[in-house]
Design a protein around this ligand. Structure first.
Ligand code: FAD
Length: 569
């Protein structure tokens, strides 16, 4: 493609990456990038933290400026210029200058559509009211920031609609500013990328921090009140007055310009592309949030709009087209990570729900651990959930959350899944270990060993949900093998408490015909107790999955009647 014209529509993650990489691949290209905003290449991912003041300066969000793009990379950047139609036959794009209204036309030899995604509009009356905001651009974040500052001063209230990562990050930042913040979610759980049990656990901690969360609830309308305040009505809950609303109820691919000229779209309206990101129209490509992608495990087409993926797509597209490379984008694992106050939660691959929907015969383990050696000052707890195929132990997905380092185990799981590793492979990884950085048995290794034990029937585990339901019906006895101090701090009512050290001498107190769910903090003492009881002839045993570390918040939520939706604010 030497010496030809590359035209890119959109200049944030995918567009800017495509243009920059194309320039590195081919010095003779004539590159033009159109943006309907007055900035390019900014950190959309940083917007919630800019609103909350963690990122102090707006300028810090602007990764590369238009002037620098023009000067150092010789890429012509047309700001405030909106592409309005594509003429594939004439190989041209019509655009309009949003400041002057001037109509423009740009020719191309290669066209890259990188128009991203748009926030979904709430389909309820009043959603156009002043003080209802979306969060996608720097301008959006400035509007919200201004309003949030004003609301914080008068100790006001905000509503965030939607509990995906944008909704939760925004809600956390608003709460940190001193604003009473309510999150409303239509589904039965927050953070839909995670499994229900992990999400419920995270919800517990967020509520402890003061966030108010309504699940299985829908906004039905907004009505204006004096002073710009808004009355929000809900399907089930009584109406609430708020100072402003952030609508984070999802996004859709921004592809009207593509479909108008005959480019095929698929999932969520995203553009269908081949392995080189070429659309059904020759020489027209699509990258980033506006394009479909492939799921690395299922091989199916999917749409997971993320900045990390948008950058990779842009790079590979340019490398193949202009550098003669034959890179194949292997697809995505829907990996994501989110800060949740003083915790972190990350996931990759299939959730339990996804695996079931895809028809896999799978099993799961939930294993608490530390991010560094338990004897080294400052270690913090993390919980790992592994989802793996029952027939061969192939890892399908993982979710990790806790107060410690979470990105490392998540990235280990990403790597493992990318290379089709099994729990057996994972258990034998030679991971780096010294006390400040890991456990001798790193959390990922420990969770694989638990999965191996489960697979080989060395141990049966019981999920906290099942334990609670059977405990309520008195179908089992909870045998708590923790210390007196631990039990005093928190325990499941009606538990039988025998500390594991005394268990060998007190076996006579137990009934071999009874089912025992054995409980300790992390499952290790309970596993030892399980083996002891099994050797003594007890048959109906199970270890509480995730120990009290994982189960406590879930059991507290169950006791409060939360799993069916948190109806009370
Ligand atoms: C608040 C927030 C937090 C996020 N956090 C994360 C995160 O932590 N991790 C992560 O991986 N991702 C995150 N994302 C997602 C990430 O920002 C997007 O996936 C990424 O920006 C997609 O890049 P893109 O270039 O495909 O699209 P966009 O960033 O949407 O850029 C598209 C650009 O094209 C412009 N455009 C559209 N139509 C036209 C037209 N017709 N003419 C000219 N210009 C046009 C748009 O205005 C925009 O400037 C977050 C997003 C938001 C909003």
């Amino acid at each position: 493609m030497k010496g030809k014209k590359l035209l890119v529509i959109g200049g944030v993650a995918a567009g800017a990456k495509t243009a920059a990489k194309a320039r590195r691949e081919d010095d003779s290209l004539e590159i033009t990038m159109l943006s309907n905003e007055d900035v390019i290449s900014y950190a959309g991912c940083g917007l919630p933290y800019y609103i909350g003041g963690i990122i102090e300066e707006e300028e810090a969000l602007k990764i590369v400026k238009a002037e620098s793009f023009e000067k150092t990379r010789r890429i012509k950047v047309e700001l405030n210029t909106e592409a309005v139609s594509i003429d594939p036959a004439a190989k041209s794009v019509s655009a309009v200058d949003l400041v002057t209204g001037e109509k423009k036309k740009y020719g191309y030899d290669t066209l890259v559509i990188a128009t991203g995604a748009l926030p979904l509009k709430l389909p309820v009356p009043g959603s156009d009211l002043e003080n209802i905001y979306n969060l996608r651009t720097i301008k959006d974040s400035n509007r919200i920031k201004e309003k949030a500052k004003e609301t914080a001063v008068k100790k006001g209230r905000a509503l965030v609609v939607g509990s995906g990562f944008i909704g939760i990050e925004t809600a956390e930042n608003l709460l940190d500013m001193g604003i009473e913040t309510i999150v409303v979610e239509m589904k039965d759980q927050i953070l839909p990328g995670f499994d229900y049990d992990i999400a419920l656990s995270l919800q517990y901690y967020m509520e402890q921090k003061g966030l108010k969360i309504l699940t299985e609830e829908a906004v039905t309308g907004f009505s204006p009140l004096d002073g710009g305040r808004i009355s929000v009505s809900f399907k089930n809950h009584e109406a609430v007055d708020v100072d402003f609303v952030v609508s984070a109820a999802g996004v859709r691919a921004n592809t009207a310009i593509a479909s108008d000229c005959g480019i095929e779209t698929g999932i969520a309206g995203a553009i269908k592309v081949d392995d080189n990101f070429e659309t059904n129209i020759k020489d027209v490509f699509a990258v980033g949030d506006c394009a479909e992608m492939k799921h690395r495990i299922t091989g199916k087409t999917c749409w997971v709009p993320l900045g990390s993926t948008a950058n990779k797509m842009g790079r590979i597209m340019a490398e193949n087209r202009f550098g003669g490379a034959k890179e194949k984008f292997p697809g995505v694992l829907a990996t994501m990570i989110i800060k949740v106050f003083d915790m972190t939660a990350g996931k990759t691959g299939l959730t339990e729900r996804d695996a079931a929907a895809e028809g896999y015969d799978f099993d799961t383990v939930i294993v608490p651990g530390n991010d560094s050696a338990g004897y080294y000052p400052g270690f913090r707890e993390i919980v790992t959930k592994l989802i793996y195929e029952r027939k061969n132990g192939r890892i399908l997905g993982g979710q990790v959350f806790g107060w410690g380092v979470v990105d490392k185990p998540v990235d280990i799981l990403v790597t493992a899944i990318s290379f089709n590793a099994t729990i057996f492979d994972l258990a034998h990884l030679d991971l780096a270990y010294a006390p400040p950085f890991s456990n001798a048995m790193a959390s990922t290794i420990a969770s694989s060993n638990t999965a191996k034990n489960r697979m080989s029937q060395r141990v049966k585990t019981i999920h906290p949900f099942e334990l609670y339901s059977r405990w309520e019906k008195n179908e089992l006895t909870v045998l708590d093998v923790r210390t007196d101090e631990e039990v005093e701090e928190w325990s499941i009512e009606r538990s039988l408490h025998i500390e594991n050290t005394y268990l060998p001498d007190r076996l006579g107190e137990l009934d071999k015909d009874r089912k025992y769910a054995i409980v300790c903090k992390r499952g290790i003492r309970a596993y030892n107790a399980y083996r002891l009881l099994e050797a003594a002839g007890f048959r109906d045993l199970a270890v509480l999955a995730g120990g009290t570390v994982f189960s406590r918040p879930l059991i507290e939520m169950l006791k409060a009647g939360k799993p069916c939706g948190s109806k009370k604010l």
